[in-house]
Design a protein around this ligand. Sequence first.
Ligand code: UT7
Length: 328
Amino acid sequence: MSQIRAVITGVGAYLPPDLITNEDLSRLVDTSDEWIMTRIGIKTRHVLKGEGKGTSDLAVEAIKELFEKTGTKPEEVDLLICCTVTPDMLFPSTACVTCDKLGIRNAFAFDLNAGCSGFLYGLSTASKFIESGKYKKVVLVGAEKMTSIVDYTDRATSPIFGDGAGAVLLEPTTENVGVLDEELKSDGVGRIHLHMKAGGSVKPSTHETIDAREHYIYQEGQAVFKWAVAKMADTAVEVMERNNLDPNTTWLAPHQANLRIIDAVGQRMGIDNSRVMLNIEKFGNTTAATIPLLLWEWEPKLKKGDDIILAAFGAGFTWGAIWLKWAY
Ligand code: UT7
C-alpha cells in the first residue's frame, strides 16, 4: 500500500482592517520609523479592535475564507488545531470556541502553544493524524491577537507584533507531495528570555501583577535574536541538505520576527532574496500566523511540485524547519 502523506489543499487568512503605523507608535513611545525599519523591517501591523473580540474571531474569518475556497463544509472537519499564544481565555481552548462559532460539531479540537513555531509544530502534528489514515480533513489555524499582550509603553517590544490569522486545510494523498520531512526542536532553558511573567499558575493575576505590567510580553531581544539566527538556520540547512534540495529553486517561508534574522537565514541557506517570502513590513510578527499568511499571499505564485522550506523560532525556546512540496 502506498504511503499516506498530508497535503495542504487550500489556504485562507484574515487581517483585521485597523492598522498601527510607525508614526502611531512614535506618538506612544520614544521611537521612529527609521529605527523600526532599520532594526526590524516593519511599517505597519494590523490590530483587532472591538469589545469582546478575541483570537477566535480572527481564526473564524480565516477559516470561513478557507471553507469558501476549498468548498469544505463545517460538518466535514475531523480535527481542528488552533496554534496560538493568545487564546481567548485560559480555558476552554480557542479551538473549541472557533469550532462552535463555525458550526463544526463533534470534531476533535485542541490548542497548541509553541510560540512563534506554533504553525510548524501544528503542521507536524496535523500531518501525523492524516498519515494515520483516520483523519481526512484537518483544519490547522495560526491565529493571534498579539496586541492584547503588547505593552504600548515599552519601545523594545511594541513595534514588533501584530494581529492576524492564517488557516490551511490538510488532506491525505498518496502522491509524493505535501509534508515530506521535518526537524523540530525545543530547549526550555531559553524560556527566561521570552515569556509572560504573570497570569499562569506560578503567578496568578493580582493587583500587584497588573501594576507591575506583568501580563505583557517580556523579551530580551538580543539573546532571542542570536538563538533565532543560529537555530533557524541550522535546522533549515539540515532539512535542505539531507533532501538534496536546490537552493536556486527552493522557496523559503520563514517566521517573520525581524528582517535581519530572515536575511541571515536565507544567506546561510544560499537562497536568493527573490525566493524568500516576506510579509513582515505589512503585518509585523503575527507569531503563529506568520507562515500561513505567507502561504496565503504566495499561493497564486506557487506551482505543483514547488519545494518550500518553512522555518521558525519562538518562545520555549522552540524552533525547526519543515520541507513541504506544494500540491496544487
Ligand atoms: O518571534 C519570536 C522571537 N523573537 C525574535 O526573534 C526577536 C529577536 N530580537 C530582535 O528582533 C531584536 O533584538 C529587537 C528588534 C527586539 C531589538 O533590536 P536590537 O537591534 O537587538 O536592539 P537592542 O535591544 O540591542 O537595542 C539597541 C538600542 C538600545 O539603546 P542603547 O542602549 O544602545 O542606547 C535600545 O534602548 O536601541 C534602543 N531601542 C530603540 N530605539 C528606538 C530599543 N527599541 C527601540 C525603539 N526605537 N523601538
